[in-house]
Design a protein around this ligand. Structure first.
Ligand SMILES: Nc1nc2c(ncn2[C@@H]2O[C@H](COP(=O)(O)OP(=O)(O)OP(=O)(O)O)[C@@H](O)[C@H]2O)c(=O)[nH]1
Ligand SMILES: [Mg+2]
Length: 439
């Protein structure tokens, strides 16, 4: 099956042929969904799709991903369409990529992960973002240095091992050593860059301020929602991965409580693992949040599958246990009946961030959830800090008060601000008895 899209384009543009295989799957995605999304990724990267080739296969061909005959079809289409690249919808193994490069000598052969890495590289703005993307790219390249080389070497030697093996290996070893060296430099630099943000984040955590993170599929409207709620002025536009950097803003709730709201990188189906790893420190905001607002493009035909993909990534970054409120966005594009159906789901609200609809209801839900976090706090305030006991009497609800040798022991329910002032007197965490026995 070959579909061809004819477009008027300039010669300097990248022209891409997409290749996907149709195989049995149970993740809620069809090949058509996948290819439509791949097309959006290609658009975002600034290239033009000039054709699509699909093949029905039980599983990918281990050598060439698609069958050899199919590869000839791709080659013919790429030639007639003057394609500059062929993009495979799934990740290619290093050897599949090398074999396909042999079969498609006049185009660049890339896979979905490489395309996503390219987009991230184009969109990286901050120093940290650039370092994270370079790290992800090198992690991707590292195993491919070996694969590429192994293939070329095998070709040259007709599959056997000859005298030149050693020479080739030393060049490979040099490349790998340099790549590894750069990777560890990047990791070190990233640690330093992340330090300032980590310090801020730790301070916010200690202060007891309720922290909310926006998560969701790319293009769901997370940044639009942050802007609508806080006038943050971050970039929001109709393309994939517009946001890479985390932005945190203060948000005042209707009950007077101030919380923080953080916007961060969007997720996608088959999000490359290396990117998740590289963006670890950015994603710490998500892992440590008191509440996740899972922003969903309610109008998207793949809405449910997209929600599933977000769940997979939340699992991967260890944030699946965070309390979640689902925010169905883009309600202005939904028929009234569907809006009502979604609004009735427990743990969900319906909004249209772009036209500021449903925001009051969302804020009230957030306030209710934040208020539930007001668990009692027990602290022992030294006698020379009597002003804090006074503060607690004035601004918190005192459950118990005891005068002990070391100070005044208070159990209180307090606002986030008061909790913050008392936090330095929280009891230190001590090891459990079994830990003592073991050490
Ligand atoms: N019709 C409609 N469009 C919306 C709404 N909210 C956001 N959009 C549009 O959806 C597109 C994506 O919005 P963003 O806020 O950039 O989405 P995001 O989730 O931050 O996406 P990434 O940062 O790329 O992951 C933009 O074109 C927005 O104008 C909405 O309520 N209704
Ligand atoms: Mg965004």
């Amino acid at each position: 099956m070959v579909h061809t899209a004819y477009e008027v384009i300039t010669d300097t543009e990248e022209r891409a042929v997409l290749v996907g295989i149709d195989r049995p799957r149970s993740d809620g995605w069809t090949l058509e969904d996948d290819l439509a999304e791949l097309q959006r990724l290609v658009d975002t990267a600034g290239a033009t799709v000039v054709g699509t080739v699909t093949q029905r296969l039980e599983r990918p061909n281990p050598r060439t991903f698609i069958g050899a005959g199919k590869a000839e079809e791709v080659e013919a289409l790429a030639t007639t369409e003057r394609a500059t690249m062929v993009i495979f919808d799934d990740d290619l193994t290093p050897s599949q990529q090398a074999n396909l490069e042999g079969l498609l000598p006049n185009v660049r052969v890339i896979d979905r992960t490489q395309l996503i890495l390219d987009i991230f590289a184009q969109h990286a703005v901050s120093h940290e973002g650039k370092l994270q993307v370079e790290l992800a790219r090198l992690e991707y390249v590292l195993p491919r240095l070996r694969g590429m080389w192994g293939h070329l070497e095998a070709e040259r030697l007709g599959g056997g091992r000859g005298a030149r093996f050693g020479a080739g290996e030393s060049q490979l070893e040099t490349d790998r050593r340099l790549t590894r060296k750069r990777i560890s430099e990047l990791k070190r630099d990233l640690k330093q860059v992340a330090q300032a943000r980590e310090t801020q984040r730790a301070a916010r955590g200690r202060s007891g301020v309720f922290r909310i993170a926006l998560v969701g599929y790319t293009n769901a409207g997370k940044s639009t929602l942050l802007n609508a709620l806080t006038d943050a002025g971050v970039l929001a536009q109709d393309q994939l991965f517009a946001t890479l950097d985390a932005t945190t803003r203060r948000l005042d709730l209707p009950d007077g409580r101030a919380v923080t709201l953080t916007d961060t990188v969007g997720f996608i189906n088959k999000l490359p693992h290396g990117l998740v790893e590289a963006f670890k420190s950015t994603l710490d905001e998500v892992r440590e949040a008191d509440l996740l607002l899972h922003v969903v493009d309610g109008s998207h035909p793949n809405r449910d599958a997209q929600m599933g993909a977000v769940k997979v990534v939340l699992d991967e970054i260890g944030a699946a246990d965070r309390p979640q409120l689902v925010v169905y966005n883009k309600a202005d594009l939904l028929p009234g009946l569907e809006r009502e159906r979604l609004a009735q789901q427990p743990g969900a609200v319906v909004v249209a961030a772009a036209v500021r609809e449903g925001l009051d209801g969302l804020l009230e839900r957030i306030a209710t959830i934040a208020a539930q976090s007001d668990v009692p706090l027990t602290v022992t305030v030294p006698y020379d800090r009597g002003e804090l006991v006074q503060l607690a009497h004035e601004q918190a609800h005192i459950l118990t008060e005891e005068h002990l040798p070391g100070g005044t022991r208070l159990t209180v329910v307090a606002s986030e601000a008061v909790r913050g002032r008392l936090a330095e007197f929280l009891p230190h965490v001590i090891a459990e008895p079994e830990d003592w026995e073991r050490s």
